[in-house]
Design a protein around this ligand. Sequence first.
Ligand code: SAM
Length: 283
Amino acid sequence: MIEKLSGQELKQLLQKHGFGFSKSLGQNFLCDERILGMIADDAAIGPEDTVLEIGPGAGTLTRVMARRAKKVVAVEIDRTLLPVLAETLDGFNAEVINADFLQLDTDELYRLRLCPGFKLVANLPYYITTPIIMKLLESGLPYKSLTVLVQREVAQRMAAQPGTPEYGSLTCAVQYYCTARLQSRLPASCFFPPPKVESRVITLTRRDRPAVDVPDEKLFFDIMHAAFAMRRKTFANNLMTAFSLSRPDAMSLLERAGIDPGIRGEKLSAEDFARVCRCMCGT
Ligand code: SAM
């Protein structure tokens, strides 16, 4: 078991295994124990927790979490990291699965290896942040929280309020399923190699039930996506385009939903979209 792993020792280990960083896999690793501890604190990892990690890399965050948690299950796409992980995680309560998380059957993963209320923690590869988060949100899995390190702007979009420039369809989708809490900020210099962007931890805590009641979830999301399709257009114009509505029909719909016909989508809340959805369904 490797007890302590300095940045220098980790670099030597990676070199020993002939590991080369892949930009296309978003490989920007963390090594500083203090920073890794901050992420585990943000996720509030304790001895009862089962943790799912996406992209353990060289296993540095995995080790910090495994010391605090009941167990860690980590999904890593890059086969060349497996021998590195075998060394860094030797003696730790952590299991590595070699798979592409986006292709993985998460129901099966949950059934075989996780438990209700598991926590997800990840320093996400930036090139697929949104698809990974959407896959988790839409999975219906009974996670307690998702604590992810993402590009700062993406974190701000997830936690945004209506009427702000950051507010958009990602905000609405995230806040439909979860409450969002911005956490630690990490400058690019914390990573090796350093990315070109600043990063921020955000914790998404699963709501017991979605933020708003809708009769048709798909329609609700279609309305919400339509609202942000052309940000300079009014909500009415975007609705007309997306649902092939005549102007009088769009105006009548907005009137029934109690929405100002001249408003833009970015000013509307999830509850506003839900009212439009209910009116369209006639409920
Ligand atoms: N957790 C490590 C750390 O903090 O040092 C590494 C984080 S690095 C930003 C992202 C990791 O995700 C890399 O190890 C990369 O190989 C892995 N990865 C990229 N795409 C993935 C995918 N589709 N499924 C699983 N892992 C992936």
